[in-house]
Ligand binder design. Structure first.
Ligand code: HEC
Ligand code: HEC
Ligand code: HEC
Ligand code: HEC
Length: 348
């Protein structure tokens, strides 16, 4: 542990003492952290030796991760013919692992300091989902300074961690990458226009699943409870609509990108509507989508209107998560839609 990290942790404690009373009053707190984009994260917050840092304490989680596509893309992507072909169509050459476009979604980069040269160190690592750990790795497991788990995790969150306290923040990462909001990459590079079937429960409970706490690690990789799955499902569908709109907002020309994103928004909207939930936030989400008469307004070059709608959906999803316990039974009608099969093989 370096002196700098230890200092940081003291600084964080001090800040925490100052802001804690405000936290209790302010629901905006988590919202602010949520606005950062995973595609433009700061590589200097990624700790140098990457996932191994985490493996020290999260052994089984790290094993599960290393067998997943997210980890293997580091060893495999640059060897795939399709990958080279995408690069050629973009008129580029050279290393895929260093390509400024590919690194945004397939890899994790680390830089010594802000502005320093970033180096690709792994595939889609723990820190791409849970946040660059430089400023929170010490805090999040420091049970001496923060004996109260809530306080510990909130302090870690304030320092960039995305924990299970807020599933919206963790899950929005998935959609930022999996909707592939890149017009040129899709139209010219012919890269897949996002993962078509991406549904949060199915994609999270298969090969990505890692659920071993409390420490020392439990033997079984537990599935999420039914209550948790309900929440994941509804939040996932909300984020799908939000990020499909954010992608459509970036469409400027006719082509496969525009068509795919139009279809994506329509499907996300239909799915949300078909759930038939009588939940105020969901109804408000459906109302906020731009329409022309009875049909959705799906056009290119309409950035501002779609982004405003996406921002509204983001606040509504956050509010829905905060009230999920209260909603409880109101979410039960979803149970028949919950997937019975998951994407990829569960690590045992
Ligand atoms: C020195 C040991 C140690 C290291 C290293 C470590 N962790 Fe942890 N981690 C823990 C402990 C202990 C807990 C349980 C803390 C608790 O219950 O609040 C935990 C809990 C977590 C949680 C769950 C918190 C929640 O959301 O409920 C996440 C996520 C996490 N760690 C991610 C990471 C990542 C990512 C890394 C590497 C960058 C890492 N940890 C490195 C010890 C460690
Ligand atoms: C915005 C995020 C994003 C960027 C940028 C990105 N990819 Fe991908 N890529 C993905 C996702 C998500 C998938 C999985 C898609 C799926 O589920 O079918 C994927 C899948 C792939 C596949 C497998 C395709 C198949 O048919 O199975 C290849 C090859 C690939 N990417 C190459 C590249 C290359 C080369 C670059 C850089 C020029 C790149 N990607 C940039 C997100 C991205
Ligand atoms: C930093 C970008 C990024 C994030 C964040 C991300 N993924 Fe992925 N994911 C990818 C890419 C890229 C691939 C495909 C890699 C390849 O084929 O080489 C992929 C593959 C997968 C796969 C394997 C099946 C498939 O379609 O290839 C699953 C399942 C998956 N992701 C689920 C998730 C879930 C669930 C989350 C959020 C908890 C998530 N991903 C977050 C980029 C990301
Ligand atoms: C693709 C995104 C993604 C990656 C990569 C990822 N996580 Fe997670 N992690 C999540 C999500 C989402 C949850 C919350 C699942 C839930 O609450 O149902 C989670 C939950 C956790 C938890 C709490 C649950 C438990 O008991 O295990 C820990 C600890 C954790 N992650 C550590 C890690 C470590 C360590 C790594 C790397 C070895 C890692 N994660 C990689 C998305 C990710």
């Amino acid at each position: 542990m370096t002196g700098r990290t230890a200092q940081k942790s003291n600084g964080a404690r001090f800040r925490f003492a100052l802001i804690f009373p405000l936290l209790l009053l302010s629901a905006e707190y988590f919202g602010a952290a949520a606005q950062e984009s995973i595609l433009t994260y700061d590589p200097s917050t990624i700790t140098a030796d990457g996932p191994e840092n985490c493996a020290e304490c999260h052994e089984r989680t790290s094993e599960a991760w290393s067998e997943s596509t997210h980890s293997r893309t580091y060893e495999e992507l640059h060897l795939r013919e399709e990958a080279q072909e995408i690069l050629e169509r973009l008129g580029e050459s050279g290393s895929i692992r260093r390509n400024s476009e590919c690194v945004q979604c397939h890899y994790t980069r680390h830089a010594r300091e802000s502005g320093g040269r970033a180096k690709t160190i792994s595939g889609i690592s723990c820190q791409r989902c849970h946040g660059g750990a430089r400023d929170w790795i010490v805090i999040h497991q420091d049970t001496e300074q923060y004996p109260d788990r809530m306080e510990r995790l909130m302090t870690a969150t304030e320092n960039g961690m995305r924990s299970t306290l807020k599933i919206y923040d963790l899950a929005r990462n998935c959609f930022q990458c999996h909707t592939v909001p890149r017009e040129n990459l899709v139209n010219v590079g012919e890269h897949p226009a996002g993962s078509e079937m991406f549904e949060l429960v199915a994609y999270l409970q298969g090969e990505v699943r890692h659920n071993f706490l409390p420490t020392p690690a439990e033997e079984t990789n537990k599935p999420a409870s039914t209550e948790r799955k309900r929440l994941l499902y509804v939040i996932g569908k909300s984020i799908d609509l939000e990020f499909s709109l954010r992608s459509l907002a970036l469409a400027t020309v006719d082509g496969i990108f525009l068509e795919s994103m139009m279809a994506r928004v329509q499907k996300a909207y239909d799915d949300l509507k078909l759930m038939g939930l009588n939940v105020a936030e969901i109804n408000a989400m459906l109302d906020t989508i731009p329409k022309e008469g009875d049909t959705l307004k799906l056009v290119k070059n309409n950035k501002e209107e779609y982004e405003n709608a996406a921002d509204t959906i983001s606040s509504l999803a956050t509010s829905l998560e905060e009230k999920s316990v209260e909603y409880g039974a109101a979410l039960a009608p979803i149970d028949s839609s919950l997937p019975a099969e998951f994407k990829g093989e569960v690590y045992k």
